[in-house]
Write a protein that binds this ligand. Structure first.
Ligand code: ADP
Ligand code: ZN
Length: 740
């Protein structure tokens, strides 16, 4: 009887993507297990794939059975079986192809830099007649395994001849191939060597709240392993709680995954972990080369390290004997992957924790409404930390009504109060952070004669002026042109630059306070692979700059003791985004940004400039009235039927032929309405808010449902239809974070 394996093949085209049966050749039977990465023939090509199941030959249809092809080769690389199981659940849940989740669990390009190791097959009995092959074979018989280089060096045979000889031996089945990770340099993560955090846990006196939290979490770890929501104000010392709990868990021989929103933005946390767990940590971050990523992956899978730190995709790390998953700043939207394969690391974490019997901790100073709702329903264990370490006061808020400023003739983006406070801060040799949720210089370019607005020709979206290189850039594609001096439409010269971005703030503030030393951090800086960001952070940390200007990227876990003033330049920007989460986002931003102030002994102050000070979101944030905010916001969500009271599925169709895309969108709507019986709202199709991107026209259909099942059913339907559709690209995003 032949052994058959089901293999998820790595092919691009959705029409043939899927799982196929292959025969396992006799000599590979020992080496193949669930999760093995293999090479198989597919459409006259060789393709990679993963073994996801074994099958009985008799159960396969006879016609098919005779056509089955054999696995060509098996690699050392294999995904643990528990993760294969997770990938299967996720592909069901998100209506995505299994292979695309498997690829997230295994370094894709490990083949690039790996060293091939040849291993002797002791069962081989045929005779060899080539001298070179004989020599190589004898050498391997002694050594068991070696690379081409090693064989060449030891036998004195040229490398090319060794390669040919080995290929021949491999074809005859006299040797096997294996892959070994070459040793590549590890990237070091350290924000200078000023050691302001204690390395030795025994020298830190835990606060009462920290002690209680640790005790409750460990008790829960031993008993029911209910997911925990650690809800602690900024500066309450959550990091130390995570560290102690992880210490305990790994002392019991288990592993840990620690997730952060974005590795390059949390260097301080990474630093602390590296000092407290020397040699035990693997860091998965976006600046790793494929080779480095592969090395880290191997260290993890072999159990050489037992703590993995990383952004959302680290939830797929093959940690041995996993005991705990911590998700810090759980409210952050970056846990959601907003492109194919769509997934939410929070949902993956919950699923994985359940499957592998692992304790899950979500931590935040501003938990998401989804998590608050889970607490209310009794699904999460709530642990609160209400006080800051050493009772450092939370910063005081001051709201500045910009309408009043305007009435008094101040047309600047800065109120007089903010300038005054900045001057005071600098005079006291302290530091400030200015925060504006928009990068660039001006946000649109308008001709005051003819009304022309400069837009991206591919995306139909206003171009943003960037002072640095005097260009107009599209923030959705790479389009870039030189700044305009005359209007291309009427040839007039009344071209004006309007709106405000971080670059403009930086320039303006220097006009008011010439001696100010600024450093700017926004997506333009962050996207440059992390290194630039680290330099900028150091510039601020070491006091070479006294004002940090940034977008929301800087609202995350940075800890600067000398910061005593925060200015939110315009709170209304986030508040006015047409999204049901805009209130929640604004609330989180104000609270988180404020949490950056007064971390040292000096206390601090937060100035919020707004045209809408009556907003309940701003009111609740400045009064630290989280309970009231949650109550009000949950009430609104319930009333308008938004998550967490229902689930959303956002479907996008895009293509070059506008009429065709629109037509198809209507048809899809009809299909969905017909095939889904349960109580589901189907809205649309409507032209997407970003209607044209990269020359593609986009339409949205939004589905709302109390239960998941009909949405999962809809995804299945969409998967089938989209595989046959050549002209239109489909995507569907379950629990979306971006509706625009
Ligand atoms: P959170 O993540 O809750 O906002 P952090 O974990 O960043 O807070 O802690 C805030 C600050 O308090 C950090 O500078 C940390 O070094 C310090 N810290 C934490 N626990 C203690 C403690 N028990 N004693 C003294 N300082 C502490
Ligand atoms: Zn564009």
């Amino acid at each position: 009887m032949k052994k058959i394996a089901k293999i998820a093949v790595d092919v691009k085209h959705p029409r043939v993507k899927g799982e196929y049966s292959y025969i396992i050749p006799e000599e590979l039977i020992e080496k193949i297990r669930i999760g093995s990465r293999v090479l198989v023939p597919f459409n006259n090509k060789k393709t990679r794939g993963f073994v996801v199941d074994f099958e009985e030959e008799e159960l396969i249809d006879e016609k098919l059975r005779n056509k089955l092809k054999s696995i060509i080769e098996v690699e050392e690389v294999a995904i643990p079986e528990a993760l294969i199981d997770l990938a299967k659940s996720l592909s069901e849940y998100y209506g995505a192809y299994l292979i695309d989740f498997l690829k997230l669990m295994c370094p894709v390009k490990s083949g690039l830099k790996k060293t091939v190791i040849y291993k002797i097959n002791r069962q081989f009995t045929d005779s060899l007649n080539s001298d070179i092959q004989k020599k190589i074979y004898l050498f391997l018989l002694n050594r068991e395994r070696a690379s081409i280089e090693e064989i060449s060096r030891a036998t004195g045979i040229e490398k090319e001849k060794v390669r040919n000889g080995l290929n021949a031996l491999y074809k005859k089945n006299a040797v096997f191939k294996e892959y070994d990770a070459a040793n590549r340099a590890k990237m070091k993560y350290s924000l200078g060597n000023d050691n302001d955090y204690n390395c030795n846990s025994h020298e830190i006196n835990l606060s009462v709240e920290q002690k209680d939290a640790i005790k409750t979490i460990l008790k829960n770890f031993d008993e029911q392993k209910k997911p925990v929501l650690l809800f602690g104000v900024t500066g309450s010392g959550k990091t130390e709680v995570y560290i102690r709990v992880i210490e305990e868990v790994i002392s019991r021989g288990k592993g840990a995954i620690f997730l952060v929103p974005e590795i390059s933005l949390t260097p301080q946390v990474v630093d602390i972990f590296q000092r407290r767990f020397p040699g035990k940590i693997a860091i998965l971050h976006s600046a790793l080369t494929d080779g480095e990523r592969f090395d880290e992956w191997v260290r993890i899978i072999r159990g050489e390290v037992n703590i993995v730190i990383g952004a959302r995709s680290a939830i797929f790390a093959p940690v041995k004997n996993l005991g705990i998953i911590v998700l810090d700043e759980e409210h952050e939207t970056s846990y959601k992957q907003s492109e194919y394969p769509f997934y939410d690391a929070r949902i993956v974490a919950r699923l994985r924790a359940k499957k592998e019997d692992v304790l899950l901790i979500f931590g935040s100073a501003t938990p998401s409404l989804e998590s608050i709702y889970e607490v209310q329903r009794g699904n999460f264990l709530l642990i609160k930390m209400r006080k800051r370490i050493n009772n450092r006061p939370l910063p005081a808020f001051e709201i500045i009504d910009m309408r009043e400023e305007l009435k008094k003739g101040n047309k600047s983006i800065f109120s007089r109060r903010l300038i005054e406070e900045l001057e005071n801060t600098i005079a006291r040799k302290e530091q400030a952070i200015l925060f504006l949720n928009r990068r660039g210089y001006s946000t649109f370019v308008l001709c005051r004669d003819c009304g022309y607005v400069a837009k991206c020709p591919h995306c139909d979206i206003s171009l943003v002026y960037h002072l640095e290189d005097k260009s107009l850039k599209c923030h959705y594609c790479d389009f870039k042109v030189k700044a305009l001096e005359t209007c291309p439409k009427c040839k007039g010269n009344k071209i004006g630059y309007y709106g405000t971005g971080t670059e403009k703030i930086e320039e303006e503030i220097k006009r008011f306070i010439p001696e100010i030393k600024t450093v700017r951090i926004d997506a333009d800086v962050v996207s440059k692979k992390g290194m630039m960001l680290r330099e900028k952070l150091l510039e601020f940390k070491t006091g070479r700059a006294n004002v940090l200007i940034g977008t929301q990227t800087i609202a995350k876990g940075l800890d600067f003791p000398k910061v005593s003033l925060i200015g939110i330049v315009l709170a209304d920007i986030t508040l006015n985004i047409p999204d049901f989460r805009s209130g929640e986002r604004t609330f989180q931003l104000i609270t988180q940004v404020a949490g950056r102030a007064g971390r040292g002994l000096t206390g601090g102050k937060v100035l919020i400039q707004t045209y809408y000070p009556e907003s309940y979101v701003i009111r609740a944030a400045v009064n630290y009235d989280l309970n009231n905010f949650f109550k009000q916001e949950l009430k609104n969500r319930k009333e308008f039927n938004y998550p967490p009271f229902c689930h959303l599925l956002n479907i996008t169709l895009s293509g070059k032929d506008k009429e065709y895309v629109e037509d198809l969108s209507w048809k899809i709507c009809e299909v969905l309405k017909r095939c889904i019986e349960e109580d589901v709202e189907i809205l649309g199709p409507i032209p997407a808010l970003r209607f044209k991107i990269k020359d593609n026209f986009r339409y949205n259909i939004l589905m709302k449902s109390k239960k998941y099942t009909p949405l999962i059913q809809a995804q299945k339907q969409l998967k089938e239809i989209s595989a046959k559709e050549e002209k239109v690209k489909f995507s569907w995003d379950l629990d979306p974070y971006e509706l625009l």
